[in-house]
Design a protein around this ligand. Structure first.
Ligand SMILES: Nc1ncnc2c1ncn2[C@@H]1O[C@H](COP(=O)(O)OP(=O)(O)OP(=O)(O)O)[C@@H](O)[C@H]1O
Length: 615
């Protein structure tokens, strides 16, 4: 199997549902369409009746050819045949139209549900699962879901036709009818056996397509880095391999499906041979008329058709079922964040308490253990520490993006798990390290925090950041288009927009993962001025990367391996000459005005203390 199976495993949230469960849920989606579905069913029944009448009429016309009024009867029968054909065509047309309409509506509904499910997933979900694969579930899988429904309706009409024909045949000649049905168990047996294998193959085909989607998405998102590191060839090679995998997986399922159809046709042909042979003998022996014999031979094609076509569209049917399984698994994915209540949040002062917190992303590593800390309302806390110390994790836990395994987080003394999450999030401002801007104007992005804000309010807020000087630098001021993800703006400008956005939100608690990207001194000053405004009158947790922020903080918490190694003000900690002083020398001292490149650093520390150790 080798590379063909590589990366095609189920996602952790995937589930296996029984066909019965899937069909029940699919039917559930069709309930609001009940009147339309009833109309479609009536049309299907009517159509099946007309299709059955066709061979009956032809059979009768053959038998009347020898009678005295042969010509008149033949004309009437031909008239009936023509009318039934036109009626059948019209019924079919309306059936297809109504089906397309109801299936389209259901896909619309399902896609909305899938999108809502994606939106409500915890952040851990997006960290864990590739965005390309998630996109694939919302788009192509919901589309395949439509296929299963259309096919089910076709199947229904074919099965009805089948039942009607069998009834007619039994009335005409039960021995020949029984003969016709002898092959049926063989066809059904092969089709059912094939069903199990088909589902497996189809699932793999969908996963391989999701893998292609995911790979293309990742490449497009990371194209700048790829080009920068001249990785185009490697990326192409990787894509080639994933694409080839998709090709082989599809080829295999193609072989499987193409192989099954001839087997079924072969079995059906055996049935036809039996009927032609014994029917012919019955006509010669005078047991049945030539017209009846024709009816049996003609009905055979109609009879085998539903069975063979079930097998032929089995692939699409399986594709649709597997797709609905994937969509339902996305809808049913268990949230990791477990709120025990939905208490009204109201006004928040902003005191945050961690009580013996235990947290890990997965089984492999404990990130925070026995972590206790109280952040006072209105306090600005700067978290510093080596990379991987757990700074961002603390921010994610306060944001309630991840679930902790032990201890408590209290907001103003209330258990975070008891709060209404949506209300709590509305009181929480988050400025990520690389601010994400949506396509649109700068004003649109600022207004994102409060869509009802007027132009004047947006302008006033933007003015508060760096005295609004940065707006003048934008070609069309606040109406400047930011491009996809804000690409048309400089990194510094994006940060300023993000600050204005959070200022408009006016949250009680601010979590800021400070940008590491350096900006020019003027923008740096504008950002600092903006921060001074934002940090006022709210609790702020800053994952600090800039010396000026650290110095402005009320308290610095030094993290080391998920534990608080030190805490205090910049001066206190420098005087101590411990962990912070090490960090300072490693990361921050070049940002100090006391630092002179080439000459070294004039340390800020108590001359009576020991010199800080360096790593
Ligand atoms: N989504 C995740 N899944 C699994 N492990 C993670 C995840 N995010 C972070 N970690 C791990 O948790 C630990 C703490 O990471 P965290 O991002 O909190 O560190 P940090 O101090 O913010 O680092 P940095 O300054 O580099 O951002 C690290 O060992 C990291 O590898």
């Amino acid at each position: 199997m080798g590379f063909i199976m590589e990366g095609l495993d189920a996602e952790a949230y995937d589930r296996t549902y029984s066909d019965g469960h899937l069909i029940k849920r699919i039917i559930g989606y069709f309930k609001p369409k009940l009147p339309l579905m009833i109309t479609i069913t009536i049309l299907i029944v009517f159509n099946a009746g007309l299709d059955t009448a066709f061979p009956l009429l032809v059979s009768n016309s053959i038998d009347t050819l020898s009678s005295t009024h042969a010509f008149q009867t033949a004309v009437i029968i031909v008239g009936f045949i023509l009318c039934s054909s036109v009626l059948s065509w019209t019924c079919n047309l309306f059936r297809q139209r109504f089906t397309a309409r109801s299936v389209g509506d259901v896909v619309l509904h399902l896609r909305k549900d899938a999108f809502t499910a994606v939106m409500s997933r915890d952040m851990s979900f997006f960290d864990e699962f590739s965005s390309g694969k998630i996109v694939s579930r919302v788009t192509s899988d919901t589309e395949s879901f439509a296929t299963v429904v259309t096919l089910t309706l076709n199947l229904l009409s074919q099965v009805l036709l089948y039942v009607l024909i069998v009834v007619v045949l039994f009335f005409r000649n039960y021995q020949l009818a029984l003969m016709t049905l002898t092959i049926m168990p063989a066809i059904i047996g092969v089709a059912l056996g094939f069903r199990v294998v088909a589902r497996r193959f189809t699932r793999r085909a969908q996963r391989s397509l999701a893998r292609v989607n995911s790979n293309v998405q990742e490449i497009v998102s990371g194209i700048t880095i790829a080009k920068n590191f001249r990785q185009e060839q490697n990326m192409y090679d990787e894509f080639k391999q994933i694409n080839a995998q998709s090709y082989y997986v599809n080829l295999r399922s193609g072989f499987l499906y193409n192989g099954i159809f001839p087997v079924l046709v072969f079995i059906a042909n055996i049935g036809t041979t039996i009927i032609v042979y014994f029917g012919g003998h019955s006509v010669l022996g005078g047991v049945i008329s030539a017209g009846e014999w024709f009816l049996f031979v003609q009905s055979l094609s109609l009879l085998w058709q539903p069975l063979t076509s079930i097998a032929s569209f089995w692939s699409q049917f399986q594709l649709g079922l597997a797709a609905s399984e994937r969509v339902f698994a996305l809808l049913d994915a268990e949230p990791r964040i477990q709120q025990t209540g939905h208490e009204t949040v109201g006004q928040i002062k902003g005191e945050i308490t961690f009580k013996q917190l235990l947290f890990s992303y997965d089984q492999r590593q404990t990130v925070l253990k026995d972590f206790s800390l109280t952040i006072k309302a209105g306090e600005t806390i700067a978290f510093v520490g080596h990379t991987g110390a757990g700074k961002s994790s603390i921010g994610k836990l306060i944001s309630r993006f991840y679930e902790f395994q032990g201890g408590k987080i209290l907001i103003d003394g209330r258990d975070i798990r008891t709060l209404d999450l949506a209300q709590y999030h509305a009181r929480l401002g988050i400025v990520p390290q690389s601010p994400f801007l949506f396509s649109g104007t700068v004003a649109d992005n600022i207004r994102y925090a409060r869509p009802t804000a007027t132009d004047a309010e947006v302008y006033a807020i933007a003015q508060q950041i760096g005295n609004g000087d940065w707006i003048e630098a934008l070609p069309e001021g606040l109406e400047t288009l930011v491009g996809e993800t804000g690409r048309s703006l400089s990194m510094g400008q994006r940060q300023l927009v993000a600050l204005a956005r959070v200022l408009l939100q006016d949250p009680a608690i601010l979590i800021m993962d400070e940008a590491t990207a350096s900006v020019d001194p003027l923008t740096e000053a504008q950002i600092q001025e903006g921060l001074d405004v934002i940090l006022k009158q709210r609790t702020a947790i800053v994952i600090a990367h800039r010396l000026s922020t650290i110095k402005h903080a009320n308290r610095i918490i030094v993290l080391d391996g998920g534990r608080i190694a030190e805490e205090g003000s910049h001066e206190d900690l420098m005087r101590r000459g411990g962990h912070y002083s090490d960090l300072y020398n490693t990361y921050f001292r070049h940002q100090s005005p006391d630092y002179k490149p080439g000459e070294g650093f004039i340390p800020v520390r108590d001359p009576n203390m020991q010199a800080p150790s360096t790593r």
